[in-house]
Design a protein around this ligand. Sequence first.
Ligand code: GAP
Length: 418
Amino acid sequence: MKTEKNTAEDNLMEKIVSLCKRRGFIFSGSEIYGGLAGTYDWGHFGVALKNNIKQYWWKKFVDNRRDMYGVDAAILMNARVWEATGHVANFADPLDGKQFNTMLKTQVGAKKEEVAVSYLRPETAQGMFVNFKNTVDAFHPKLPFGMAQIGKAFRNEIAPRDFLFRQREFEQMEIEYFVRQEDWEKYFEYWRGETLSFMEEIGIDMSKVHEMEIGDSDRAHYSNRTIDFEFEYPFGQKELSGLAYRTDFDLKKHKLDYIDEEKNEKMIPHVIEPSFGIDRMVLVVLLSAYCEGLEGKEEVSDGAGEKESRVYLKFKPNIAPVICAVSPLLKNKPELVEYANTKVFAPLKAEFGRVMWDDNGNIGKRYRRQDEIGTPFCIVVDFDTLTDDTVTVRARDTGEQERIKVENLKDYIKEKIQ
Ligand code: GAP
């Protein structure tokens, strides 16, 4: 029997899936041909949201550090990689009493004698391990140091489900952090903290995040310790991202080692791996941001004196697909349109990129639309603007409006997206 809470939560997923389609965030894959289970296509605002999360991650974990090396490896890898790591033997889920290997198999090469079995990588991690030697030879990093990669991964999941949660094609952001064996606990703890701070910084509701220690029998074959960061999704508490101590398993399997110059000895570094699934991050950011009503009130004025309930996504400005929308109060007044376009929209667009021109419908309708996209600020050019060079800036979450000097707009927004 469904409880009231259950139904409300089911509705929440339905509402989010429908908002994502209606507002151009995320569509079912191959929809006009009946779809393809476990695939999704990203529309304009979805790509923007996803890119902002990826860029934020890269900035935090690569650009802002001195000990991290980026990689963008091929998705197709020599099958021997997956034989060496045990994925061919072990990367399987139970199906009808047998183990079903969930790696997506394909073939590479045209002529019969050249055709080789290959796999679409089930994790981005191996793209980094196989480039360990290249990275060490090119950059001579000292321990501890890390490699980072963002990219697609594929799994032939037996039962893809729950929107972005379990797909057959998805994206990961992974770090392999190489340490001396005796330091693994220290760095495991360190990356636990970094994982949590990243989640908080992109606006995830941390009251719904729980850490789960994974027991011996449930851990992946390469891990000596794993924590799953779980989230309370409407369909249950499940994994959002993982943190594993992969020991020296992978480097050993690939027969790779490292000369520790400090100790003047050959050794195999151990690995701490924080692994983030982007699609689940996006889903959880959407679930955390979804709000109905205004400060507890179900209704707000639409600007024309009518009251209607509203839905808004309270994205943090650093990841919002659109940072601000610019509108002339009336679209049939050329002097307002001209001012809004040349003095407000164009300079903001040049500065921030994610700025939207919105002159469709009345102001109330525009606010509702921008609320659903999660735009933190709506800027309106009205008749006063023409005489005093100020505009109305309306804040998404509170509905509050302030008058800001046009010349101060860039700084005003810059401050908010820090
Ligand atoms: N390299 C380690 C690794 O791949 P994993 O726990 O199997 O570990 C890491 O995957 C993350 O990738 C998960 O925490 C999840 O966010 C994401 N992920 C895994 N399978 C997924 C799927 N079928 N659909 C969407 N995301 C998935």
